[in-house]
Design a protein around this ligand. Structure first.
Ligand code: NAI
Length: 245
């Protein structure tokens, strides 16, 4: 029997990057994955490429509570009750504080923090009834340390840490665990924009001396949502080559 044994696992932003690697690792471990993305076509394509059977792809803007509730309804009707939720969808709109526009601040909070809240609220009713569930939030080391030029993004990621701990405390007695992973610098489309000298400077701050890959996050993600982590809740695990200790 596979570790996740047909559990339905929702991965937001699962069409590419870290979310895609998490979706692949969950499918490998036996989950039926629901890939959620802004583009339904990309989400369905990503779901079709996963190993095993029973996966699905859904178009949904995580920032929109109505779309989120409808999507969770469609997932439960089509694939079954949700046992695992990975809030991975995220965006950056970097700018220095004095130039940061209201929209840049609001959009990042809406996608990263409100999006995680929207999906958490939508899946927990069912999880509470079944007295089982695992939620994982993908935050960032900058949510722990802050970062110049990322006031909006760092605030959204720090907010996710508070969300993680509150959900963990509120729902532990209902058999639901909630943890977070704080990735360091991981090679994806999000970090592609960095130039060579920026990468050099970053490497100097990483004790293990290398950028991470999406699969490094996926390894930790599968562990934290699996029954192997049954006694772990409310924790933030930095997966960052030792950058933040
Ligand atoms: P990415 O940009 O490659 O992928 C993000 C995914 O989220 C995309 O598929 C995008 O369409 C989706 N998404 C964004 N807003 C959405 C919305 N409103 N509704 C639905 N889907 C939405 O980024 P990457 O690097 O894979 O990042 C994944 C997560 O990891 C993000 O939350 C990011 O903040 C976090 N992270 C990434 C780090 C890195 O070094 N790449 C470092 C720390 C955290």
């Amino acid at each position: 029997m596979s570790e996740l044994d047909g559990t339905v696992a929702v991965v937001t932003g699962g069409s590419r990057g870290i979310g895609r690697a998490i979706a692949q690792a969950l499918a490998q471990a036996g989950a039926k994955v629901a890939v959620v993305g802004r583009s339904g076509e990309s989400a369905q394509r990503a779901a079709a490429e996963l190993p095993g059977e029973g996966h699905g792809g859904y178009a949904c803007d995580v920032a929109d509570p109505e779309q989120v509730n409808t999507t969770v309804g469609a997932i439960e009707a089509g694939q079954g009750p949700v046992g695992i939720l990975v809030n991975n969808a995220g965006i950056t709109r970097d700018n220095i504080l004095l130039r940061m526009k209201d929209e840049e601040f609001d959009e990042v909070i809406a996608a990263n923090l409100k999006g995680a809240f929207n999906f958490t609220r939508a899946v927990t009713r069912g999880m509470m009834k079944r007295r089982a569930g695992a939620i994982l939030n993908i935050t960032s080391v900058v949510g722990l340390t802050g970062n110049a030029g990322q006031a909006n993004y760092a605030a959204s990621k720090a907010g996710m840490v508070g969300l993680t701990k509150s959900v963990a405390k509120e729902l532990a007695s209902r058999g639901i665990r909630c943890n977070a992973i704080a990735p360091g610098f991981i090679e994806t489309d999000m970090t592609d924009a960095l130039n060579e000298s920026q990468v050099e400077a970053l490497l100097g701050q990483i004790p293990l001396g290398a950028l991470g890959g999406p699969e490094d996050i996926a390894e930790a993600a599968v562990f934290l949502v699996s029954p192997r982590a049954r006694y772990i809740t409310g924790q933030v695990l930095a997966v960052d080559g030792g950058m933040v200790m």
